[in-house]
Design a protein around this ligand. Structure first.
Ligand SMILES: *Cc1c(COP(=O)(O)O)cnc(C)c1O
Length: 402
């Protein structure tokens, strides 16, 4: 992915850091903006995937909305240029303070996940003398065929309202005078790779549910299908941009719409995952009893996905790429510095012979990376470095030239 010059530039920066390829990022967002216009499908970016201000400002500038899952995300999205009437707010557990702030801001919709939440929002809106736009998140009981921690649309999951409460829900919405019902919301999981199968099934289930609500007296104007489009973690260079064409196409040909209805989607991961790499350096090479370890300066405190979900990230030795006549490859267990045995980047990874000081790229790290980082072990937070602002990057200091 990176040419000789870029690697040389990166090598001058203090590690670890998040490297954002702004060109790829903009191409991805522009591509989605075009498809959105072509298919008439509205896009809300799922802010939780990555909250970097520069990314959000670009996305809001393209006219996308924002999908938030906390009060602070709502406020942050608003401060990054998303107008209040393009911000939707989902989440099973909204606090009173969060609801109050979003009400005052006048957001596009609360995506409500329980009957009690609808009741509380109606009461709070009444006290404030306001009317709240409400969309209801439905649990459609669909298997997204993805990792169990990122499946959200099965009855066993905590998200959304299930069929047995539909009639009670319709009654509640009809008698709640301070809410304005605008539609239904679905989001069945993340990193979905069986795109045609899963989204066609979701659309068919959604068609039935929408029809049920309309037959029973609620007009469903917005049909929000959530996010979930998967990206290629195995080969980010082969597929730097997820197959949005297939996603939008599958939705367009399977969703039943009548006059006055619009479809919304909420991509998070697929908009930002491939545009960033976590750049780290080899601190030590150690030969264990049976294997060789590469010990890196980035750990699970920076990017928790491998430790949390056993997620795979491609790892490249950038310095070795600059030593063209270095033919030997070797299997390494690549690990972080954190005092946890799950702090492993990859086991048995075949890499060119690697040495102390080598610069490594942990690829496809733009989504659910920086946002989930912590200061566990009191590590510093790795900064963001943007490809078009390399002069702002913190420079490397050599304490000892060993
Ligand atoms: C997380 C989330 C998304 C985004 O999911 P991705 O898999 O990152 O596209 C969309 N909608 C809701 C409600 C979410 O919670």
């Amino acid at each position: 992915m990176l040419d000789f010059n870029s690697i040389e530039q990166l090598d001058k920066v203090a590690t670890p850091f998040w490297y954002y390829d702004m060109d790829l990022f903009r191409r991805t967002v522009d591509h989605v903006a075009e498809l959105s216009a072509e298919h008439g499908i509205k896009v809300h970016y799922a802010v939780k995937a990555n909250v970097e201000k520069r990314l959000l400002e670009y996305i809001s500038g393209k006219g996308f909305g924002a999908d938030c899952v906390s009060g602070n995300e709502v406020l942050h999205a608003h401060s990054c240029g998303f107008p209040a009437d393009k911000i939707v707010y989902a989440g099973v557990g909204k606090s009173d303070k969060e609801i109050y702030q979003a009400l005052q801001l006048g957001i596009e919709a609360f995506n409500c996940e329980s009957l009690q939440e609808i009741y509380v929002i109606n009461e709070m809106a009444r006290v404030c003398g306001l009317k709240a736009n409400v969309s209801v998140r439905i649990n459609p009981d669909i298997d997204a065929h993805t990792h169990k921690y990122v499946t959200t649309g099965l009855y066993e999951n905590k998200f959304g309202i299930s069929r047995h409460e539909f009639d009670k829900l319709i009654g509640l919405v009809q008698k709640s005078e301070n809410i304005n019902f605008i539609g239904l919301h679905f989001h069945i999981g993340s990193q979905i790779t069986r795109v045609e199968e899963v989204y066609a099934l979701e659309c068919r289930r959604v068609n039935e549910i929408v029809a049920y609500f309309e037959r029973n007296g609620l007009e469903v104007k917005n049909i929000n299908l959530g996010g979930g489009l998967g990206v290629d973690y195995d080969d980010p260079d082969e597929n730097p941009i997820a197959d949005f064409g297939k996603w939008f196409g599958t939705i367009s040909s399977n969703i039943a719409l009548h006059e006055g209805q619009t479809v919304h989607v909420e991509p998070g991961r697929s908009l930002v995952a491939q545009c960033a790499a976590l750049i780290s350096r080899v601190l030590f090479v150690k030969s264990g009893e049976t294997k060789n370890f590469l010990i890196m300066d980035a750990g699970m405190n920076d990017l928790i996905r491998p430790a949390l979900y056993g997620a795979y990230h491609k790892i490249e030795n950038l310095s070795a790429a600059m030593r063209p006549f270095f033919p030997t490859h070797q299997a390494y267990d690549i690990v972080g510095p954190v005092c946890e045995s799950s702090d492993v980047w990859g086991a048995g990874r075949l890499l060119p012979l690697s040495v102390r000081g080598d610069l490594m790229a942990i690829r496809s790290a733009g989504a659910y990376g920086q946002v989930m980082s912590s200061r566990y072990n009191m590590k510093d937070m790795a900064p963001a470095v943007f490809s078009d602002a390399m002069d702002e990057a913190p420079s490397r200091t050599d304490y000892f030239a060993v």
